[in-house]
Design a protein around this ligand. Structure first.
Ligand SMILES: [Zn+2]
Length: 101
């Protein structure tokens, strides 16, 4: 059983359940290099069906713009880094995450 990252609780419409559900921070990042650009997401999962929802950390950014030590943390799925984003209201707002009461 994977441990839950204690983040701000958020809701999002789940494509698996077909309705709004609570999503939890998986603590995993996804890094996708596409030519000279990189996308970085933090993956959340539906609490009910585990359907994934990728929250954008960086979108089509030049890898040189990401500090190498931060990039390494994404690749290592660093839990403290996942926790930092999961508790960053600006990050959640950018991704249209609804706060769960
Ligand atoms: Zn679901």
């Amino acid at each position: 059983m994977q441990r839950e990252i204690p983040s701000i609780r958020v809701c999002h419409r789940c494509g698996g359940c077909g309705k709004k559900q609570e999503f939890v921070n998986s603590g995993k990042f996804r890094v996708n290099a596409n030519g000279s650009k990189v996308d970085v997401w933090l993956i959340y999962r539906c609490k009910k069906c585990k359907h994934s929802w990728n929250l954008t950390v960086f979108e089509r950014i030049s890898p040189s713009k990401i500090p190498p030590e931060l990039y390494a943390l994404f690749l290592a799925n660093d839990e403290d880094t996942a926790l930092r984003y999961g508790n960053d209201p600006a990050f959640l707002k950018r991704n249209h995450a609804e706060r769960k009461e």
